[in-house]
Design a protein around this ligand. Sequence first.
Ligand code: SF4
Length: 683
Amino acid sequence: MTQTCTTCPYCGVGCGVLATPDKVKGDANHPANYGRLCSKGSALNETVGLEGRLLAPRVNGADTTWDTALGLVADKFKAAVDEFGPDSVAFYVSGQLLTEDYYVANKLIKGYIGSANIDTNSRLCMASSVAGHKRAFGTDTVPGCYEDLEQADLVVLVGSNLAWCHPVIFQRLLAAKAARPQMRVVVIDPRRTATCDIADLHLPVTSDGDSAIFNGLLAHLVDAGCVDQAYVDAHVDGFDAAVSAARASDPVQADVSADDLATFYDMFAKTEKVVTVYSQGVNQSEAGTDKVNAIINCHLATGRIGRPGMGPFSVTGQPNAMGGREVGGLANMLACHLDIENEAHRDAVQQAWDSPTMCTHAGLKAVDLFRACEEGKIKALWVMSTNPAVSLPDATRVSEAIKKVPFTVVSDILERTDTGDLAHVLLPATGWGEKSGTVTNSERVISRQRKFLPVPGTARPDWDIIADVGRRMGYSGFDYASEAAVFREYAALSALGKTFARDFDISGLAQLSDAAYDDLQPIQWPVPTDGNTGGRFFAEGGFYHAGGKAKMLPITPPAPKSYDGLTLNTGRIRDQWHTMTRTGRSARLAAHLAEPFVEIHPEDALANGLHDADLAQLTTDQGQAIVRVLITSNARRGAVFVPMHWTAQTAAAGRVNPLVAAVTDPFSGQPASKDTPVALKRA
Ligand code: SF4
């Protein structure tokens, strides 16, 4: 049977997959994975069954026609906008959407409805990296590529369990370390994770201690004479203030051994080729943006950025979190990395779209968006391809907030999800293998997802559903013949990148024929019309702040928290994805860790009267859960870890996100999911 070249729908590594309905294997020609797949990717064919699929639109629980359902959606959204204004409606979308879906949703709400109330579950994933990039570089640029990890002599992994959460990058790192044993790996993480198996050094930091560590590193780099003064003079502002702030903070508050810290600082100082990889342990924090900038400061000061084997590197969680950032899927961004606050940018996008209006200010970020639902400010809500009633912090409160919205639409592939159960209208979307489009991975490579499965029932691609609603609302900009037509419009819009001297420009793809779009091979952006495609950023400066310089930021680490009790850290496990709607179907994947658990240090277990395999009740100010006890010295004392995948559909008592406090980073709006105070006792 003919194999279809497509892209894995799970994490931001973005691996190429060769798929038939019965079998998947890694695509040896894809630059992300060169044939590798992880456990989740290699089980994809076990997860494409039709059990539980939503096959027809539903209104108030009854199957109906697309005409009836979409007519109702258009009428309700239009009525809300007419009566209460554009900001009375909201979209909550997903890093699982394809770029074409994301683009049309963003265009409809920002350019036609006239509100920026569109946020995405990517807010939970990497919004702090976006904010940190914008503060340092003037735009949201990932400077390097995966090869840098293989070429580095020192790889520092901060708040990243790469082995479980980005497994194929980990496999590449493992192979590179085997080939060059002199390569060093340092892991900075409260937990001793599977990633530590290849670490030369593990720093079991407190949950918010990263900034203190990197401030201390910056001071050490200055004292050790490692500053690249020529690079700083030519390309960086804010050096002195950043160093002063670094000297004013104390790495002791990170609570790691002084000897280990000195070893790390010495390694970093003496190694030119350093990549610092960071992920949710950095981003999901009240001080996440500051952590990102504390890391970037060290690379800017040493000029170790944008050259082979060097640079800060944010790895994204979702398959198309990057695509969402590029189309403006976050409430505080415009398409193509343009700025909502910039009137010239707004005018140019509106002109290109020939749209009747344009949002004038940033919209509500995820946590605030659902608070607005709770307060009765949102009259019509459309949730696409995500499950906020499970995945957001303080999730029970989010469920209650959704119930207060007079009209809620959910587009999903499943008939039952925790969020779908709250909706007035359910719209059946096509899923992986049933639809076509593009995604962008963590190293800026745009890849095609391609259809190779029949469409179940009357399901439709998200971009097509959204465009139909746009037309029914009376708007003229939504007559797309195909996803290729959407992509061409988006690529043409990105020529504004050149107009406004921004980083994101894929206008070289704007003339693709349908056949060329279908054949599109993985390609790293930028893709301008002059053919200088891809590559690294910033080796020779060229930043996007006015004046072309980067900014080092003065970072003041948060004061250490002193809880009497334990704190709750949440995250992923190796073989499940998000709320398990797909991976939960594979018995092989479920066999890895079959039920929700709490990982706890032996001394904390003793102090709380817990034994291995007990059931423990966890209680926070937000809620309760009951999960299995797993005692391990891999846990940091004082901090317990619970995975976040289980739902009301799969293990109601083990849902952990209802326990997490909905506190956010002040710059990024990203929720902190790593240190909610929690009490434990035997259930
Ligand atoms: Fe899919 Fe990520 Fe695994 Fe690659 S590493 S196969 S993208 S889940």
